[in-house]
Write a protein that binds this ligand. Structure first.
Ligand SMILES: NC(=O)c1ccc[n+]([C@@H]2O[C@H](COP(=O)([O-])OP(=O)(O)OC[C@H]3O[C@@H](n4cnc5c(N)ncnc54)[C@H](O)[C@@H]3O)[C@@H](O)[C@H]2O)c1
Length: 439
């Protein structure tokens, strides 16, 4: 059984490596020659725990290879998984250029009966449109197979997926795809083509809404004197609500929620449907990302001549992905305010350097980052960062003001350690600071 994966990014690479690990012969194809050269040398191009070891083992076992040749990738494939990006266009809609370009190349090179499974997140109706790229007599069939893995736990999310969605109007193609997933022993949901496309957007919209709602409640806790940690605990004990995704923080980021929520709003507009809840979710999130810098301005008055340390750059722990990360917004605001900035992240420094070059100081440890700083922003709950002792902020910082965007520390312990501590939804100090900043 020959499997090809088009696109070797966060989804495609994990998919390819995991299918090889499951015993299939896998070819990973990408148009980025540098990426393919690096992968062919047995080096993972993304930070994903456990991935590089698995990649090397499967390359050694001759089950996994990489290529930039579409002919080599597509001509002998029984299954082709499309996992290329669908980034946001300026108007918020999903850019389908990469997906369409893959479909065109498959139409040119695929031989025999090939099942094309679309993992990329695409608006309702896209898969049907893609089917139009293939000659009806070619034997190529299309299946929507949206991806739900989370960066940082991509391998476990693949082998122990909560569900595999297979959406198709072609039952035989759906059966074939379900057949190759059988080895994973995970639940498979069969749906129509359009429902599968919608499940992906609806799931991300729901999760983003959960985060924005909790963040709004957290903001209200600050005003009223309630504590979001206690509130979330009480809410989560209700099985209808569930305890996950109730952590208040500086907002969601990453390569999915921000673009998928906007794409759904845009898609709704195209169909004459006003997604007013989703518009608020997006707006709340955008305000949330500015909250801590506003609080710091409320405390300091100005950042001129001040030093800020940013701990945690990736949009969440265990990934080097900084797409739409809150750190990008915080750093942009701090630079606008004229702050000197030092940053630390266990995996994402290289990606941040590609954007900001020498405008930032790249520290090798949290300790080095906070040395001499007036403000420290904690933006990603990496274990290396949450384990950094509160006493060290007081010891190494010029003015120990800690702005904790992930509620990593206990407010009492922070105060006991002699810090001015700002977190989300737990202390009135933030509301006061924001009010002062916006006067
Ligand atoms: N990243 C996630 O956690 C995640 C989770 C679920 C779903 N998704 C969805 O999966 C899709 C891929 O996301 P990603 O984060 O892996 O993207 P990515 O940007 O990390 O990777 C995309 C890859 O596709 C390659 N590419 C572009 N055009 C190509 C072509 N014509 N042929 C072959 N390769 C090509 C790029 O060079 C790049 O390596 C998106 O639609 C995304 O919304 C992502």
């Amino acid at each position: 059984m020959n499997i090809t994966v088009a696109g070797t990014g966060y989804v495609g690479l994990v998919t390819g490596v995991c299918f090889a690990e499951a015993g299939y012969t896998v070819t990973c194809f990408d148009t980025d020659t540098e990426k393919i050269n690096t992968l062919s040398a047995g080096i993972s191009t993304i930070y994903e725990p456990g991935l590089e070891e698995m990649l090397v083992q499967n390359m050694d076992a001759k089950r996994l290879r990489f290529t930039v040749s579409p002919a080599e990738a597509y001509s002998g494939a029984d299954f082709i998984f499309i996992a290329v990006g669908t980034p946001e266009r300026e108007d918020g809609s999903a850019n389908l250029d990469f997906v369409e370009s893959v479909a065109r190349e498959i139409a040119e090179h695929a031989r025999g009966k090939t099942v094309v499974a679309v993992k990329s997140t695409v608006p309702v109706g896209t898969n049907r449109k893609l089917a139009g790229f293939f000659n009806p007599r070619s034997g190529i069939s299309i299946v929507s197979n949206p991806e739900f893995l989370r960066e940082g736990s991509g391998i476990a999310d693949t082998f122990q997926a909560e569900r595999i969605v297979i959406g198709t109007d072609d039952k035989a193609a759906g059966d074939k795809l379900a057949g190759i997933y059988r080895r994973f022993g995970v639940p498979i949901l069969r749906t129509g083509l359009k429902s599968a496309e919608m499940i992906k957007y609806a799931s991300n919209a729901f999760l983003a809404a959960k985060i924005s709602l909790v963040n709004e409640i957290a903001n209200f806790c600050e005003v009223t004197g309630a504590d979001i940690e206690e509130v979330a605990l009480g809410m989560g004990m209700d099985s209808r609500i569930g305890s996950q995704f109730l952590r208040a923080g500086i907002g969601y980021g990453g390569s999915c929620f921000p673009k998928d929520t906007k794409a759904l709003v845009k898609l709704g507009e195209e169909w004459g449907c006003d997604f007013s809840i989703l518009k608020s979710v997006i707006e709340v999130n955008s305000r949330q990302k500015q909250k801590l810098v506003n609080a710091a301005i409320g405390i300091a008055g100005s950042f001129k001549g001040k030093r800020a340390a940013v701990l945690g750059l990736s949009f969440k722990p265990f990934t080097d992905d900084i797409r739409e990360a809150p750190a990008l917004e915080v750093i942009r605001q701090l630079l606008d305010e004229g702050a000197d900035i030092s940053v630390y992240d266990p995996a994402a420094m290289g990606k941040m350097r590609e954007i900001y070059g020498d405008q930032l100081y790249y520290a090798e440890t949290p300790e080095e980052a906070v040395k001499g700083a007036d403000f420290a922003f904690v933006l990603t709950e990496w274990p290396e960062i949450t384990a950094f002792p509160l006493e060290k902020y007081r010891l190494f910082m010029r003015q120990p003001v800690l702005l904790d965007g992930r509620n990593c520390y206990s407010a009492e312990a922070a105060e006991k350690a002699g810090l001015t501590y700002v977190s989300i939804g737990r202390k009135a100090v933030l509301a006061e600071a924001v009010a002062a900043a916006t006067k």
